[in-house]
Ligand binder design. Structure first.
Ligand SMILES: *Cc1c(COP(=O)(O)O)cnc(C)c1O
Length: 497
């Protein structure tokens, strides 16, 4: 490979000269990405944590050399080792988590965001970026709450932060006695939000069918005051924390019925509805699947993650509200960013649009993606991964050595080798990880055959280009790994065999 001409590593990315400084560096990055992926030749580096750490040390030492190695060397070595050692969600056999393969178009937009480096905490650091965010956030708010009075969305780092702000808004309206009510399968960030905000521990309702039962929620709301002694006046305020797409199974709570329950309690109790649609929210793009979220538009706050079913590079979280006045409790003043007289003179006030101060313009990649694909294009990607999940479920049902837990909720499939123990299921996953052949997740969930919790292999399909042959290949890897370990265990028990 011809050596790149020397490059002054102090050149800047912005201005009219920025692209000229960037272009040769980006070429070096592309080469390193290509070579790293080719060297890995699979969804994950082989050899486990020790092998990866050794290669990172080889390529990344010294961390702070006395004399700089120059821009091309630094990019070549470190981008290469990161690519070679990546868990690559663009590989169809990398399907453990809600970890999506980002679209090239969104990634290209993110490069521009880095080059321009607007910071979203004041207008004078982000004039066009803040105007773009205002428009796009309103558009996404309207997608979720089409008949809202003045829909809006905040851009967040993801579902964890969105859930925190959703619960924070409820607390600011209803006070610190607020009780969070959620199902047993709610995301752990619901519990973290309650903890961070100094609320009582959440009231966790059982979900024997995998989703919140509106009758159970109704009874929990009616019984809230009995939990406080002496019985309080006024009644304990609550936020019902529903989920549209649980992380493990993609289950969607009955949102319309839950909105009815919340509405029925409102005359006698301060209660709001938050929907964690971090995973399922993008079903709204799909003509085929969007009715499954019916009722979400009635929620007070909705969490949505476009770095899951939205094919964005991290981070691309959102929190939508039907009426932007609901965001007023987040208002915050700092003389140097949004002085009263600046705001009165017409400079947009951005500080109340986040809990953060300095903030990346994550809206750019989102805006570019929405425009490039349109609602229909995004909906087709959603349809493709949901169809792939059903295809995988069909293949598992047709394979006598495997057992499917249930038909997929969104794009997640839980299954296990027939007659395997939990320890064997866990070992299959780790064996595949260690060899670098496949990245599967794990989930503990009730086995419908026994009624008891069991450990399952979890496949989360987020790659819209996954083919049936990829799914066949994945199941073969699982079966081979299981049989290999089974043989190995028998040999250990009886070394003469
Ligand atoms: C992923 C997920 C979250 C957390 O989102 P992050 O973007 O990882 O912070 C919250 N809720 C659900 C249902 C999720 O699947």
């Amino acid at each position: 490979m011809p050596a790149s001409p020397p490059h002054d590593p102090t050149l800047l990315a912005g201005g009219t000269g920025g692209p000229r400084a960037l272009r040769p560096l980006v070429d070096t990055v592309f080469t390193a990405l290509t070579d790293g992926a080719a060297a890995r030749c699979g969804p994950l580096p082989g050899g486990g944590p020790d092998g990866v750490a050794r290669r990172v040390a080889d390529h990344g030492t010294p961390v702070l050399p006395e004399q700089g190695h120059g821009a091309h060397d630094a990019l070549r070595e470190l981008v290469y080792v990161l690519a070679e050692g990546a868990a690559d969600p663009a590989d169809p056999h990398c399907a453990a988590h809600l970890h999506c393969p980002p679209l090239a178009v969104a990634t290209a937009a993110d490069l521009a965001a880095s080059a321009l480096n607007p910071s979203m905490d004041s207008w004078d650091q982000a004039p066009a970026a803040s105007a773009l965010e205002e428009r796009v956030a309103a558009g996404i708010g309207a997608l979720v709450h089409p008949s809202g009075r003045d829909p809006d969305a905040l851009v967040t780092t993801g579902g964890t932060e969105s859930n925190l702000i959703g619960v924070l808004l409820a607390r600011e309206v209803h006070g610190r006695r607020l009780r969070l009510i959620c199902g047993a399968d709610a995301h752990h960030s619901a519990h973290r939000a309650a903890w961070l905000l100094g609320l009582d521990t959440p009231l966790v309702l059982p979900t024997p069918r995998g989703v919140l039962d509106p009758t159970t929620v109704d009874e929990a709301l009616a019984g809230l005051d009995a939990l406080e002694c002496p019985s309080p006046r006024p009644p304990t305020p609550a936020v019902v924390f529903a989920t549209a797409g649980t992380t493990d199974t993609g289950a969607i709570d009955p949102l319309g019925a839950l909105a009815d329950v919340v509405a029925a309690h409102r005359p006698t109790r301060a209660v709001t509805l938050h929907v964690d649609a971090a995973y399922g929210g993008p079903l709204l793009f799909s003509d085929r699947h969007r009715t499954r979220l019916a009722g979400v538009e009635r929620a007070d706050t909705v969490t949505l993650d476009l770095h899951k079913l939205g094919w964005q590079p991290v981070a691309a979280g959102l929190l939508t509200v039907p009426d932007r006045t609901a965001l007023a409790p987040l208002a915050h003043r700092a003389e140097y960013l949004n002085a009263d007289d600046d705001t009165e003179a017409g400079l947009p006030d951005l500080l109340g649009r986040s809990l953060r101060t300095t903030r990346r313009p994550d809206i750019l990649k989102i805006a570019v993606t929405l425009r490039a694909l349109g609602r229909r294009g995004l909906g087709e990607l959603v349809d493709a991964v949901c169809a792939a999940a059903h295809q995988l479920a069909d293949l598992i049902e047709a394979e006598p050595l495997l057992r499917l837990r249930a038909r997929p909720g969104i794009s997640t499939v839980l299954f296990r080798p027939q007659n395997a123990t939990d320890a064997q299921v866990a070992a299959v996953r780790r064996g595949l990880l260690h060899e670098g052949h496949a990245v599967l997740g794990r989930a503990r969930a009730v086995d419908p055959a026994t009624g008891h919790p069991a450990l399952w292999l979890k496949v989360t399909l987020l790659n819209p280009h996954t083919q049936e042959s990829d799914l066949h290949g994945l199941l073969k890897l699982v079966l081979d790994q299981h049989q290999h370990q089974h043989r190995h265990q028998r040999q250990e028990r009886d070394p003469r065999r």
